[in-house]
Design a binder for this molecule. Sequence first.
Ligand SMILES: [Ca+2]
Ligand SMILES: [Ca+2]
Length: 224
Amino acid sequence: MSKIRLIFISFLFFIVQISVSAAQAPIVYFSPVLNQARGDTLTLILHAEHVQGLQSGQFNLIYEDSVASHVTQVRVGEIGEGLQPTYNNTNLGQTRIVLFGMSPIVEGNGSLLEIDLLMNPGIESGFLCPLTFEGFLLAFSGGLETNDFYNSLLIIDSDSTYSLLIRGDSNFDRSVTVTDVTLTVDTLIGLPPSLHQFYAGDMDDSGEITTDDVDRIAAIILDR
Ligand SMILES: [Ca+2]
Ligand SMILES: [Ca+2]
């Protein structure tokens, strides 16, 4: 690894230490799971943080249509009471989800939505299915808007289970931080990652951890 890159990572550490205390920004992501038994339906839990006052929202969920067929149901989660979700399977591998409510939600942290995704039968082990948000927008009372989210990776594991990871979250603590950058750099310098750590860190699905992956994780943190 070049000296310039080490300097960059040190600088990133500095920036993130400053920004962490100020960061209470809204963010949503699918709750990660490790080695969950496979079924016909995969229920994705859309978890939200710091979303007090949320009034409406919309996004497209993009997935591999060879792995998942379509969304069969969308329900509000524990903090989503008062919001009405609708969905439309617009294209192969794409579902549009819209949230609308008459009053803003009160609780800021918790399960916002539950999305049932019908899985295709007989999916081969080892298959990777990125779960990507597109056109994401949350609107709050007071006119505030945000589009901050973490994308996910669904892994069909080898033992009749699947795992759902947040891309870039190499230590599985539900947040992409400088700690994840450090773990991915550890892989670069020769410390072997666990299988799921490897998948979380391989941001570009290239099958290897490179400086490009470190850059992409750093970009998530710096863009916040
Ligand atoms: Ca993390
Ligand atoms: Ca890679």
